[in-house]
Design a protein around this ligand. Structure first.
Ligand code: GUN
Ligand code: FE
Length: 455
């Protein structure tokens, strides 16, 4: 944490709503020693040494963005499997349950070894921070020890995170299954206590209840986790939801008493109002969308994994969700799919939405750049229950930000910026063709987590 008040001066782009992207060519943001944005001046005079009357006081360190740079909020990855960092790209095209058995469970079982966990998770958190993911909602493996290590690393490296160990008491191989419902619940309580002790205020890391999906959990385990959700109103719940036909058919076989997954998870208390993060939601009936809205669930849309792993080549009806007022964010899914980049997730969300437009005979219009940027930032913050803390640059929020560079060493391979390009054009070139090379600096709660700060 820096010792003094900082003033970031330069172009700022952030999202106010799905339909409102604010583009400010000359703005200034004050950030205090706690990493909080204390003041946001949307229009300053860049030619005045003090950027306008009464703005700069003595104790302020000024960070003037370089030519070609602009500030955006950090990305919020609403669905990410940390142990899958080491298996990304494998098993493309497989159906979900086959992919879990052949690729994922053998990989995740290795996290029984704390040294392995520390090595992979360290690389994972570094890798996501490097790509501007300032907040991630992580699934760990089923191991409590490894999950605690992940929480320790997020806190030490400065990544904001929801972290949960997977609950898995059935339907996976002996070598990767919890011995009993009781053991699974005890390990969960142990992890909750660890994360609370690490960060009592939840200022950076928080626990998230993580039944992997209904297939992995005995009814008694779902019940026990629902009880924990009720007893701990500060905790979110995350799970996989209506991801693929193979998964839905097996769920139906295991729980024939429920008409759909919304009824199933709600029955066990796992859709607490405003506190659930449902990954995928590809196959949705009118009824289920209604329940998601009424229970204020958040959707983690993962278009890359949906179109590469899982089977069915089907991604969530995001336009329909937005029309109904359902919260939507984006997830990399890390292991499912080929990319851990939120920029790629935004692009794939646009592609998936174009397919949905065709499927709906033009009724569900494709998503725009402004809209997918909203999903990657403010939308994701809402899904994770963090919209009062992060997602954009409103005064009072935390300074989670990316300094995007587009010139010189920072240009990377993005479409070249030409003389006369507007800030909007430059932004669009970055979103559609940029990568982590354009992310010159990354901040979480005002702490520099990538790059070299000038302030
Ligand atoms: N369903 C249950 N586990 C997983 C997982 O690890 N990835 C995806 N994409 N779906 C799942
Ligand atoms: Fe997943």
């Amino acid at each position: 944490m820096a010792e003094t008040l900082r003033l970031f001066v330069g172009p700022v782009i952030h999202s106010l709503s799905t339909s409102h992207l604010e583009i400010l060519p000359h703005a200034a943001l004050f950030v205090d020693i706690h990493g909080q944005i204390t003041k946001f001046c949307k229009h300053v005079d860049p030619d005045d040494a003090n950027f306008g009357p009464d703005l700069v006081q003595d104790n302020v360190k000024i960070h003037r963005l370089a030519p070609g740079q602009f500030l955006i909020p950090g990305f919020v990855d609403t669905h990410n499997h940390a142990p899958q960092w080491a298996q990304r790209g494998l098993g493309q095209g497989m159906h979900i349950l086959d992919w879990l058995d052949a690729i994922t469970f053998p990989n995740e079982a290795r996290f029984a070894d704390p040294d392995h966990a520390r090595r992979v998770y360290s690389s994972c958190v570094d890798g996501f921070l490097r790509q501007g993911i300032t907040t991630a909602s992580y699934y760990g493996s089923l191991h409590a020890e490894a999950t605690k290590i992940l929480a320790d690393l997020c806190l030490a490296k400065g990544q904001r995170a929801l972290i949960g160990k997977c609950n898995m008491s059935r339907n996976s191989p002996d070598y990767y299954r919890e011995p009993s419902v009781e053991a699974s619940l005890r390990a969960t309580e142990d992890c909750i206590a660890h994360v609370r002790a690490l960060d009592p205020e939840g200022s950076l890391v928080r626990y998230v209840l993580t039944p992997r999906f209904a297939i992995s959990c005995d009814p008694e385990l779902l019940q026990g986790l629902g009880h924990l959700a009720r007893e701990n109103p500060d905790l979110h719940v995350q799970t996989h939801f209506n991801e693929a036909e193979q998964e839905m058919a097996f769920t139906k076989e295991l729980f024939p008493q429920f008409a759909c997954e919304a009824d199933l998870y709600e029955h066990y208390g796992l859709l607490p109002v405003g506190r659930s993060i449902l990954a995928h939601c590809c196959h949705m009936s009118d009824y289920e969308m209604g329940r998601l809205r009424e229970l204020d669930c958040g959707v983690a849309h993962c278009p890359i994994s949906n179109m590469t792993v899982g089977g069915g080549f089907m991604a969530a009806p995001v336009r329909d969700f937005l029309r109904r007022g359902i919260k939507v964010g984006l997830g990399t899914d890390s292991g499912g799919g080929f990319s851990s980049s939120m920029l790629d997730a935004m692009r794939q969300a646009m592609i998936a939405s174009h397919a949905r437009e065709v499927m709906s005979k033009g009724e569900d219009k494709g998503l725009s750049v402004d809209e997918v940027f909203n999903l990657a930032t403010l939308g994701g913050a809402r899904v994770c229950g963090l919209e009062r803390e992060v997602g954009n640059f409103e005064a009072g929020k935390q300074f989670d930000a990316i300094v995007v560079g587009t010139l010189g060493n920072e240009q990377g391979i993005m479409t070249m910026v030409e003389e006369g390009d507007s800030l909007r054009t430059t932004f669009e070139k970055f979103i559609m063709t940029g990568d982590d090379r354009n992310m010159a600096e990354v901040y979480v709660r005002g702490r520099l987590v990538k790059g070299v700060s000038k302030a």
